[in-house]
Write a protein that binds this ligand. Structure first.
Ligand code: ADP
Length: 480
């Protein structure tokens, strides 16, 4: 079975969030069970640079619409992912992708003015590689698209009359790729598809809607989220379409990369520990306190949080309970970057509690591992969370998660068994969960039991890969 997996980010090449983790790990896990899965990704400068030694030219396009009013030329390169060795097609189109900022925004955090064209280009090439006129010898049996950036691929494929099955995975319905309808022509979309039965979304054009409408099957990254998005508010305007397609909608929980996230052999740590030999975690905590300038205190319950500083992640709730945590003798270590107003509020919290609260505003892969390893409790009160990865990393690293009962958080954390789950996203409900955690933390054997139970939970990709395999098989047999 040959699968072309199209994505706008993939770890360890380029990452802004969970999508990259999934794109790095799932194709590799699929290959391990005998599926020939290959990636397609834009050739951002960092990607070209990291893959440089293995890039091979495999095709050339000279008439692609997408990066502006004029057709542009692009090269398709083949390389291998570092580590896993997954074959990866890289779309080298400097006009679209050679930018000095991130994949979607410039260094000031402003969306690129031509994101519609940049990602239409990706969709167009994906459809070409999946269609009958592909320039490659390798022909996929199924096209697997991810998030709005790839949403036009199923539309292009269907509109061209080609018929391999397509899967659209929603990693976060809040990002919908919405652009003015005037772009239709430039994006090579016929006027007829600008309708409710097509790419139209409340008077605009939505890349995600295109994917949700034209793909043969829709998946999202947890069973609970698949259910939640069929209603307001989490359907975010797409609930009608998703409900009408609920026979074609399923939730498959993400896994985690258990090699990358392994407290027994983690190059980002100076200590090691495991469920069988958890003692080393104490050393990680001491090292983390040292690194972050927190008071050296083995008994202070240390709360960690790693998140994009976006409203979605529930930082407001954490800010509301932070003083209470400090009053009860706790410490807090935050890592994240994002909305300036949230960053400022976090800085103010640090200033109020020097030595008790530390925040690194920025992106730091190594520190994210050390926070998981060194903290006792992990805060993840997201207002909504399609799957969430950090709570699974936390479980594996013995940092007992406190989560809001939503999406993948509900599906992965068991209240009182592996963590603490609260039902309503209010400061009061979070505070009650924090108090329960602090009370149990004081009872060392009970705490250890909770922690070890979580550490022993299996979130490896294998289970998810098997679920995708059976979905693909069903679609290829025409049964899903
Ligand atoms: P989302 O995709 O909504 O951002 P997830 O929990 O699914 O949330 O995935 C986030 C991923 O990004 C995790 O691997 C997390 O550790 C990582 N991450 C987020 N912010 C940072 C940061 N500032 N530094 C390092 N890693 C981060």
């Amino acid at each position: 079975m040959r699968i072309l997996f199209v994505t706008s980010e993939a770890a360890p090449l380029i990452k802004t969030g969970g999508l990259a983790d999934v794109s790095g790990a799932l194709p590799a896990a699929l290959r391990e069970i005998g599926i020939d899965c290959r990636l397609l990704i834009p050739g951002y400068p960092i990607v070209m640079q990291k893959l440089e030694s293995s890039l091979q030219l495999v095709a050339q396009f000279d008439n692609l619409a997408g990066a502006g009013a004029e057709p542009i030329a692009a090269r398709l390169m083949l390389a291998q992912m570092p580590g896993a060795g997954t074959p990866i097609y890289v779309l080298d189109a400097p006009l679209a992708y050679a930018r000095s900022g991130g994949p979607y925004q410039d260094s000031n955090g402003i969306d690129y003015y031509d994101n519609a064209q940049r990602f239409a280009l990706l969709g167009q090439v994906a459809a070409r590689l999946a269609g009958a006129d592909s320039p490659l010898d390798w022909h996929p049996d199924l096209l697997h698209c991810n998030d709005w950036q790839t949403g036009l691929a199923p539309a292009y494929l269907r509109l061209a009359g080609n018929a391999i099955p397509t899967v659209m995975t929603v990693h976060n319905l809040a990002y919908q790729g919405i652009f003015p309808p005037v772009m239709l022509g430039e994006l090579n979309l016929p006027l007829k598809c600008f309708s409710v039965e097509g790419v139209e979304y409340y008077g605009n054009l939505s890349f995600l809607k295109a994917g949700l409408y034209y793909a043969n099957h829709i998946t999202t990254v947890s069973p609970t989220y698949a259910h939640e998005i069929q209603q307001a508010p989490l359907g975010m305007g797409m609930q009608g379409l998703l409900t009408s397609r609920n026979q074609d909608l399923s939730g498959i929980l993400n896994g985690i990369d258990v090699n990358e996230w392994n407290p027994a052999a983690d190059p980002h740590l100076e200590c090691e520990f495991s469920a069988r030999a958890p003692a080393g975690k104490k050393h990680c905590k001491q090292k983390l306190q040292e690194e972050l300038g927190l008071q050296p205190n083995a008994d202070a319950p240390l709360f960690g949080m790693i998140a994009r500083m976006a409203h979605q992640k529930g930082l407001d709730l954490v800010l509301a309970v932070a003083d209470g945590i400090i009053d009860r003798g706790g410490q807090i270590a935050l890592l994240g970057t994002g909305e300036k107003s949230i960053e400022a509020a976090v800085r103010a919290l640090v200033a109020r509690h020097p030595g008790r609260v530390s925040a690194l505003i920025g992106y730091n892969e190594g520190l994210s591992h050390r926070i998981e390893a060194g903290s006792d409790i992990f805060l993840m009160p997201s207002l909504f969370e399609p799957c969430g990865l950090n709570q699974m990393y936390s479980l594996r690293y013995g940092s007992v998660p406190i989560v809001h009962a939503t999406g993948g958080l509900r599906d992965t954390v068991e209240d009182g068994v592996t963590g603490f789950v609260f039902e309503h996203p209010t400061p009061h409900a979070l505070w009650l969960a924090v108090e329960r955690a602090l009370d149990l933390y004081a009872l060392k054997p009970a705490w250890k039991k909770l922690m070890i139970t979580g550490m022993n939970r299996d979130f490896s990709w294998q289970k998810s890969a098997l679920a995708y395999q059976s979905l693909y098989q069903g679609l290829l047999a025409g049964q899903v």
